[in-house]
Design a protein around this ligand. Sequence first.
Ligand SMILES: Nc1nc2c(ncn2[C@@H]2O[C@H](COP(=O)(O)OP(=O)(O)OP(=O)(O)O)[C@@H](O)[C@H]2O)c(=O)[nH]1
Length: 321
Amino acid sequence: MAGFFSRLKEGLTKTRNNIVSSIDAVFGGFSTIDEDFYEELEEILIMGDIGVNATEKILERLREQVKEKHIKEPAACKELLIESIREQMQVGETAYDFENEQSVVLVIGVNGVGKTTSVGKLAGILKDQGKNVLIAAADTYRAAAGEQLLTWANRAGVPMIGGKEGADPASVVYDAVNAAKARGVDVLLCDTAGRLHNKKNLMEELKKINRIIEREFPDAHRENLVVLDGTTGQNALNQAREFGQVADLTGIILTKMDGTAKGGIAVAIQSELNIPVKYIGVGEHIEDLQKFDPEQFVNALFDVKEEDLAEEMTGGNEDGE
Ligand SMILES: Nc1nc2c(ncn2[C@@H]2O[C@H](COP(=O)(O)OP(=O)(O)OP(=O)(O)O)[C@@H](O)[C@H]2O)c(=O)[nH]1
């Protein structure tokens, strides 16, 4: 787990250097907690893509706590700010039932966000858990997409079912679902296209794929993961909302968090979408896709030291790691 945490921390370096060092500068630069202090914090959080709504909630909570605890020194409320961000990210227990049941996992998202890469990484993770995994390459619009996925499938040591360029993606899914049933596959991972002639066609195709899975494999546990590119900021929220109109989204894979200084988007997503971030991508290697733990994310971001965590845990958090 230590390796995981340090990879996460390393992946969040750009965000830490941006948001967290600016926050530190405010804590160090103000001698009293006044409106200017809150305004500066607000600006930094919004600039870091935490989003207007989540920022408002975070600062409202901070103000309450500052009042309640009679805090006068800005430096003394850093912990409270971190805690308030943590609170905003809590969405309850995140379930990974697809790991333990026969499942079909549909991976959707717009073009270039990291769907194929994430399917490949996920296949590797599940295979390492001893699962029988099958990949369906339902992005038949781009020949390179199938080849790229095959490279990942080979790397993960997992079979793949694809179709010729231009084949009907729904027919690839049909074949893959039936193969999954026949072979007793634990998890079928379906990569989908991110680009069609227009958005309407893309959405219609996803609906069709959904219907086929429901009809052919009604007993399978379903997981619909939308992939969002962390570097696209608030746009990512809109994409999730749009995909949410055609598929019952069960989780988010937030990619490229290593490539952005505005990793606050994870806070905005957790706080505003009501769909849990299940995985976070912090690099291009297989081990750079990690299960998302909001607590760990905030600790990695703010570089919360182990001693501080131990203190917090003895403060009543019994189910800490
Ligand atoms: N740095 C970084 N790069 C990533 C991450 N995830 C994906 N990428 C890169 O993002 C690029 C696009 O990823 P793809 O997996 O091809 O995206 P896609 O959504 O399948 O794209 P289409 O097939 O065009 O729809 C690739 O160069 C990946 O290596 C990540 O977490 N960090």
